[in-house]
Design a protein around this ligand. Structure first.
Ligand code: SF4
Length: 313
């Protein structure tokens, strides 16, 4: 079983949602139900989508250029974001989810599908306009953050959205995707998590602590600095709230590392006890508890198949 921080949150919020995303969804399955679960899992809220556009501009445009010693200007970044924004919007409008033949990889960077289109039948114009304003604000703020800019520009090498894997316990592999890891020649690595949240009140220390543990325990990728090794408490952790322009710097004490390890173990154990290593064919959706709050269902990407299968309420 693969465990991730986001899967653990999904499981605690609604076990059934976790089941659809992590067990039932399968892009290559012939079973239309599993294919539909896979595509439903790709639905995004408009706010998550605008955050992903910002993430993509940072990880696919700004970071690779910095690694080559080329500075990207705010205008370049905003132009790239606008291209992604318009192309993904056009793709989503032309591809309702009734088409089970949608090929995510073929669409590449143009791919986007929306929760609002699937469940409300339209994309509210004012929300799309606000999403673009927030993309612009996030990028303007990014370019104004001098400390973060200095870390990125002075790094020897930056990797973005790289999978870090390690074995947590029998049959459980942890998978972590930090937004950015900046390897610095004369300083410990910096792990950065970009957040594009309207309120930015969440404290992401636990998520960042899990990334720091993963960086210390994973097998280094081939492009990591030669002989790279680190301890979780050595990494410098930054939670960068790009809409509110707040940067939270976290450093880990021993007790926080223990707390993060206990969180991973207890969550993985809880999931493993319910699934007992069984695969899709041997599991039944009814074995998984539904959400406690109706608001969770309103936001849920899998509502269509969940409510077809059973009466949750
Ligand atoms: S619709 Fe509700 S109960 Fe069903 S998977 Fe989603 S959150 Fe869970």
């Amino acid at each position: 079983m693969r465990w991730s921080y986001s899967a653990s949150r999904s499981f605690r919020q609604c076990q059934r949602q976790w089941y659809f995303k992590n067990v039932a969804a399968n892009a290559r399955a012939k079973d239309p139900f599993r294919k539909r679960a896979y595509l439903l899992g790709k639905l995004q809220s408009i706010s998550a989508w605008r955050g992903k556009i910002v993430d993509d501009v940072i990880s696919k445009t700004i970071t690779p250029n910095l690694n080559r010693g080329v500075c990207v200007t705010l205008t370049d970044a905003t132009n790239r974001a606008r291209v992604l924004f318009d192309r993904q919007l056009a793709y989503a409008r032309q591809h309702p989810l009734t088409d089970l033949g949608l090929q995510v990889s073929k669409a590449g960077d143009d791919f986007a599908i929306f929760h609002a289109m699937e469940y409300e039948g339209e994309l509210p114009k004012h929300e799309i306009e606000r999403a673009w304003c927030e993309v612009e604000t996030a990028l303007i703020n990014l370019f104004s953050l001098e400390d973060i800019s200095l870390i990125l520009k002075s790094s020897g090498y930056i990797v973005s959205q790289r999978a870090l894997q390690f074995t947590l316990m029998d049959n459980v592999t942890v998978l972590a995707y930090p937004d950015a890891i900046a390897f610095r020649n004369d300083a410990p690595p910096a792990i950065i998590d970009w957040k594009v949240h309207a309120f930015g009140t969440n404290d992401a220390w636990l998520q960042l602590a899990i990334y720091a543990i993963a960086l210390s325990r994973c097998r280094p990728h081939r492009d990591f600095p030669s002989g790279f090794e680190t301890q979780p408490q050595e990494s410098v952790l930054y939670e960068v709230q790009l809409l509110t322009n707040v940067v939270r710097k976290h450093s880990l004490e021993e007790e926080q590392i223990v707390e993060a390890e206990e969180y991973m173990l207890s969550s993985a154990y809880e999931i493993a006890c319910l699934t007992e290593g069984r695969k899709y064919a041997d599991l039944n959706v009814e074995d998984f508890r539904g959400a406690a709050y109706e608001e969770t269902c309103q936001r849920c990407a899998f509502r269509a198949i969940c409510w077809e299968k059973s009466h949750v309420y």
